[in-house]
Every structure is written in C-alpha cells, then in structure tokens.
Design a protein around this ligand. Structure first.
Ligand code: FES
Length: 124
C-alpha cells in the first residue's frame, strides 16, 4: 500500500528534532485524525539554512514531513512558500487516497512556519 519512498522516510525520517531559537515555528493539526505537525526553521538572508520537524502522527504524516524538510532545505523563503502537497506526494511517489490529507498537513506546517518567521521579522 505504501511506496518504498514512503517506507524509507517513515522508518528513517530526516531532520527530526527541534531548533533552538528558531526563526519560524509552524504547528498545525488535523482535527479529524488528531495528528500534529511542528516545523522549525532557521533562516538567514531569506534562505532556509536549517529545518527540523516533530510529528505526532501517522506514518504517512512522518514521511510527508520528513520529505518536506528535505524539499525546502537550502531554498529561499519564496521558493519554500510554493511547496504544495501535490509536490510532496509526487516526491514520495504516491500516497493512498485516504492518506492525502497527511501531505496537506506538511504543506500547511511549512507555510505556518514561514508566516511565523515573516511576522517576527516585521516586529523586529
Ligand atoms: Fe492524519 Fe496522517 S492520518 S495526518
């Protein structure tokens, strides 16, 4: 039911953890399944220098957050904002239909972390 790519990111997730003094933190949840995803960003000159995540959720949520962190690492904030759940699913070579919402969570968590960064920047 899951692709090898999903299983790989689920069993060996990349960039797990927290970033101290993160420049942006995004936390989102899905009310229906109760899963929660949190993304931390370190940003310098509008470039994502580091990204970590913590996901309390299903295997697909762990795999989507893991690959999403890889997809935005080293990217500019503007590029990272363009990350879609569709791109996340493609990078994982597919997800079962009932697990597509897990990839939406990854897109939302990245966007929420960037919004948090932009808000903090305005208040500096
Ligand atoms: Fe809800 Fe995966 S089952 S995020």
């Amino acid at each position: 039911m899951y692709t090898e790519k999903v299983m790989d990111h689920f069993s060996a997730p990349r960039n797990v953890g927290e970033i101290e003094n993160a420049d942006g933190i995004g936390e989102v949840g899905n009310a229906q399944c109760g899963d929660i995803m949190k993304i931390y960003l370190k940003i310098e000159d509008e470039v994502i220098k580091d990204v970590k995540f913590k996901t309390f959720g299903c295997g697909a949520a762990i795999a989507t957050s893991s690959i999403a962190t890889e997809m935005i690492m080293g990217k500019t904030v503007e590029e990272a904002l363009k990350l879609t759940n569709k791109a996340v699913v493609e990078a994982l070579e597919g997800l079962p239909p009932q697990k597509l919402h897990c990839s939406v969570l990854a897109e939302e968590a990245v966007k929420a972390a960037i919004e948090d960064y932009q808000k903090k920047k305005l208040n500096k």
